[in-house]
Design a protein around this ligand. Structure first.
Ligand code: ADP
Length: 303
């Protein structure tokens, strides 16, 4: 049976006249990477802040490991590691000193192993102000893990990072997942969610527009799968519709078809190639992306 470690039920949070979170419910299973996606202002950070105990909900309930973050802060600190969106440190602090400080606060010996795990040299004399944005993010992640939390919350973990910094942080998150930690992350980066998350909830204006695995969400949309094919003798060009595959364009020797049922359409196209005594030289099948589905949902809400 699935064991849920994070539970959000009918959560409502208002700021004066604005309802930032408007009755959302979701549950995160133990060991899962769960993504909260949405455009800016959708209510992702507010939701996470309610789980972190930083904001008091105006309605509904939130639980982390069965704990109400508003009433049992001490237990929550042992269970939950948080990497805030805009974490900062004193300019002159070194990574090892920051780790010592946080471990002293948790009353545990310094966890230099975590600095190693995230590619930070525990001997480094570099001060916080001299570190790159990527190194700072990895340091904050290492600090969030100092108390061996069962759940880690990451708010826009790769915002503002360059390609290499983003890849390093993704690797760190994957390693974390393999160690069995449950990860709840907010992001507006769809490609990031698609590669890292087991399940996602898409938030639009304080409500959940859809929830599921990235594959479930993309397949529920209007998006069609693209099949791109090149054969030796160009037997399918100039193109035509075949089975459920609709021919849309020819670029040099490549033909592109759109379809709903990718498996059946690929079979129909390949049978046609075989019938013509031709040979496939290149075949690509591109499913609609999470980003396409996301834009569909956001635009539907705006219209
Ligand atoms: P997201 O993380 O998805 O960008 P937020 O939870 O930060 O969304 O914000 C949701 C909405 O609540 C936004 O319209 C934002 O301007 C508003 N908001 C966030 N924090 C505050 C605050 N402290 N006071 C007033 N409004 C806020």
């Amino acid at each position: 049976m699935d064991e849920y470690i994070v539970e959000v039920q009918d959560l409502v949070k208002r700021y004066a006249n604005l309802t930032a979170v408007n009755g959302i419910s979701f549950k995160v299973k133990k060991g899962e990477v769960f993504g909260l996606l949405g455009p800016n202002g959708a209510g992702k950070t507010t939701t996470l802040e309610c789980l972190e105990g930083l904001r008091r909900p105006d309605g509904g309930t939130v639980r982390v490991g069965g704990i109400d973050p508003q009433t049992d802060v001490r237990k929550l600190r042992k269970l939950l590691g948080v990497q805030l969106q805009n974490s900062s440190m004193p300019d002159s602090i070194r990574p090892s000193e920051a780790m010592e400080l946080i471990c002293a606060w948790h009353r545990i010996p310094p966890r230099r192993d975590l600095l190693n795990m995230f590619g930070l040299d525990p001997q480094s004399r570099k001060q916080y102000r001299e570190m790159s944005t990527g190194q700072k993010r990895r340091l904050h992640l290492a600090l969030a893990l100092a108390c061996d939390p069962a759940v880690v919350i990451l708010d826009e973990p790769t915002a503002g990072l360059d390609v290499q910094g983003r890849a390093q942080l993704h690797e760190a998150i994957r390693r974390l997942r393999h160690s069995g930690v449950t990860i709840l992350m907010a992001t507006h980066d769809m490609a990031e969610a698609e590669t890292l998350c087991d399940r996602v909830a898409i938030l639009v204006r304080g409500r959940i527009a859809t929830i599921g695995t990235p594959a479930q969400i993309t397949s529920a949309g209007l998006g069609e799968t693209r099949i791109i094919l090149r054969t030796q003798k160009n037997c399918l060009l100039p193109g035509r519709d075949i089975g459920g595959a609709r021919f849309v364009r020819q670029e040099e020797d490549y033909g592109t078809w759109l379809c709903r049922d990718a498996a059946a359409s690929v079979v129909a196209l390949l049978q046609e190639v075989q019938r013509a005594g031709d040979t496939v030289e290149d075949l690509r099948v591109e499913r609609p992306s999470l980003e396409e589905r996301f834009l569909e949902l956001v635009e539907r809400d705006a219209s």
